[in-house]
Design a protein around this ligand. Structure first.
Ligand SMILES: CC(C)(COP(=O)(O)OP(=O)(O)OC[C@H]1O[C@@H](n2cnc3c(N)ncnc32)[C@H](O)[C@@H]1OP(=O)(O)O)[C@@H](O)C(=O)NCCC(=O)NCCS
Length: 174
């Protein structure tokens, strides 16, 4: 499992927010300077064909991303390379009806380099430390890359929901 090297849970105002560091990446709330890069892969409709939250204007993304992350509302975090601060993807968390849901995207120019596996594992470790006992992910049945990623990380298929998404769960307890 990717090591959780560091995490910090308060910002300058003393509010609790999430920073997670993996061996190659930093996961943190979005900042204005991340938007162009985010839009460049997020509005790549072919790459994002199995994902929602795409094809919006910069102004729409700004309003939705540059907010204090609150898990109950759904919170999107940027994934940056530690060595260059380049945004290489994003991770989404939402707490709903007692379940914690995760979503993830890696930009196509950084695909197949183990980044999704690294950040999802690190986030899972962080969430376990924070007291969560399970994480859920929903994936379209045709999204083979995502299904294989989930299976590789130990997520277990639970059921198909009313929107025909396959639902997977990762137990975080020992
Ligand atoms: C799914 C996605 C996040 C994978 O990101 P990634 O950084 O390329 O994945 P990793 O390099 O960490 O790969 C981990 C495992 O995932 C699986 N995987 C990733 N891409 C794959 C592909 N194109 N085909 C088959 N398996 C794939 C493999 O099992 C891989 O392990 P391996 O390298 O040992 O074979 C990425 O393809 C993506 O962002 N897709 C578009 C957005 C999306 O669909 N997000 C998920 C919505 S549910």
């Amino acid at each position: 499992m990717a090591k959780l090297l560091y995490n910090q849970v308060s910002n300058k105002k003393g509010e609790i927010i999430m920073y997670v560091r993996t061996s190659r990446c930093l996961i943190r709330p979005f900042e204005e300077k991340d938007l162009n890069r985010f839009i460049s892969y997020r509005n790549n409709l072919e790459w994002m064909k199995y994902q929602g939250f795409k094809g919006l204007t910069a102004e729409d993304y700004r309003k939705l991303l540059l907010v204090e992350p609150v898990l109950q509302n759904g919170a999107q975090f940027a994934i940056l390379l530690l060595d260059s601060s380049q945004v290489i993807g994003d991770i989404y968390l939402k707490e709903e009806d007692g379940c914690l849901w995760i979503g993830y995207t890696i930009a196509p120019d950084f695909a197949r380099q183990g980044f999704a596996a690294e950040v999802v594992q690190a986030m899972a470790a962080h969430l376990k430390e924070a007291g969560h006992t399970a994480i859920y992910a929903g994936v379209e049945p045709e999204n083979i890359a995502s299904i294989k990623l989930l299976e590789k990380l130990g997520f277990v298929f639970t059921h198909t929901d009313e929107y025909d998404e396959k639902i997977y769960r990762l137990h975080l307890s020992d």
